[in-house]
Design a protein around this ligand. Structure first.
Ligand code: MN
Length: 338
């Protein structure tokens, strides 16, 4: 329980019975089968399903641990394992349902919409709707789609729409793409134990190194789990980018960047505390990225909300830092007005 502090938690997953009924009836991209068997198993687990779909219970839990507002998002990996013609309307229906939830509890919930990157043009149009009539705060994208990454030219439309509509992209992890999955198949590494951060961290690096933030200087990307390892790497990223570019940039097809990798991390990224209740890691991220670029998240229903809020309460922060991390940064980045 956290006291005397407004708390906005920003990686809080939900779904609806109506969504699951449609989604679970769809066949998934063959390479996503293992991951989707696992995720559907979670969604069919009685206790987890209740946590995902029951808003009265969620509000009780939020009251108990002192969370004023949850920024809701679809359970991973969104609509991305489904064929385009199913994924596009599924995303649209989900966003309508999310907007209804927020309309019903406007002081308790905000939301990140879902898009189907499978169809970048439709995704761009949906971002316009998400940030316009639906009044949501941004989009969540669950890393790769059919093994493809957002730095690829086909997705320029999507990045353009996100930048021009001020839609931060919360780049949420999922299991590694088929191109890099094999070594993660053993010892339970495929999901949150290690594979998720390898996948999401790689995706973020591809965006940086592709020059996406030179093309879209105002694009904002949010990473969970205190930045999926990237903040720890900042000095090495900068000196190895410079070294590799000098040594073999042309041969390796590298892009000449306007800034150093760590400068993009500070300018175009923000990170959240989801699942990382580690005071030293938090202090490190604040030092590396700045106190305006760190936000509180629980990762409901996969992390314990009592532990998460106790971590925020006990962290060694100035009062200004605690206020920024607990709500001010989220309100600014996700356009939440009180
Ligand atoms: Mn999550």
């Amino acid at each position: 329980m956290i006291k005397n502090q407004r708390v906005v938690a920003v990686e809080e997953h939900f779904t609806t019975a109506a969504y699951l009924e449609v989604a679970h009836g769809l066949s998934v991209w063959p390479d996503d089968k293992t991951e989707m068997t696992f995720m559907r198993g979670l969604e069919n687990d009685a206790a987890l399903r209740t946590k995902l779909v029951d808003f009265e219970k969620r509000l009780q839990e939020m009251d108990l641990n002192g969370t004023d507002m949850a920024v809701l998002s679809l359970n991973p990996p969104g609509v991305q394992p489904y064929e385009t013609e199913s994924a596009v309307p599924l995303a649209r229906d989900f966003n309508d349902q999310l907007a209804e939830v927020i309309k019903r509890w406007p002081t308790r919930f905000a939301g990140l919409g879902t898009v189907a990157p499978q169809d970048p043009k439709q995704a761009a149009l949906e971002i316009e709707r998400i940030m316009g009539p639906l009044g949501l705060g941004g989009v969540m994208i669950y890393s790769h789609t059919f093994g493809r990454y957002l730095d690829e030219p086909d997705f320029e439309l999507l990045l353009e729409a996100a930048e021009s509509h001020n839609a931060p992209i919360y780049l949420h992890p999922r299991a590694p793409s088929p191109q890099m999955l094999a070594p993660y198949q053993k010892y339970g590494m495929v999901a949150a134990l290690w594979g998720y951060q390898a996948e999401a961290g790689t995706h973020a690096m591809r965006l940086i190194l592709s020059g996406a933030f030179d093309r879209h200087p105002n694009l904002k990307v949010i990473l969970g789990h205190l930045g999926e390892g990237l903040p720890f790497w900042t000095t090495r990223l900068d000196n190895r980018y410079a070294f590799t570019y000098r040594a073999a940039g042309q041969a390796l097809g590298m892009v000449k960047l306007e800034l150093t990798p760590s400068e993009y991390l500070r300018r175009n990224f923000a990170v959240t505390t989801s699942g990382m209740h580690d005071p030293e890691a938090l202090a490190f991220c604040i030092n590396r990225l700045g106190e305006d670029n760190v936000m509180f998240a629980i990762d409901h229903p996969y992390e314990d909300s009592t532990a998460a809020t106790a971590f925020l309460q006990d962290a060694d922060l100035t009062e200004t830092q605690r206020a920024k991390i607990s709500h001010i940064n989220a309100e600014r980045l996700f356009h939440i007005s009180r």
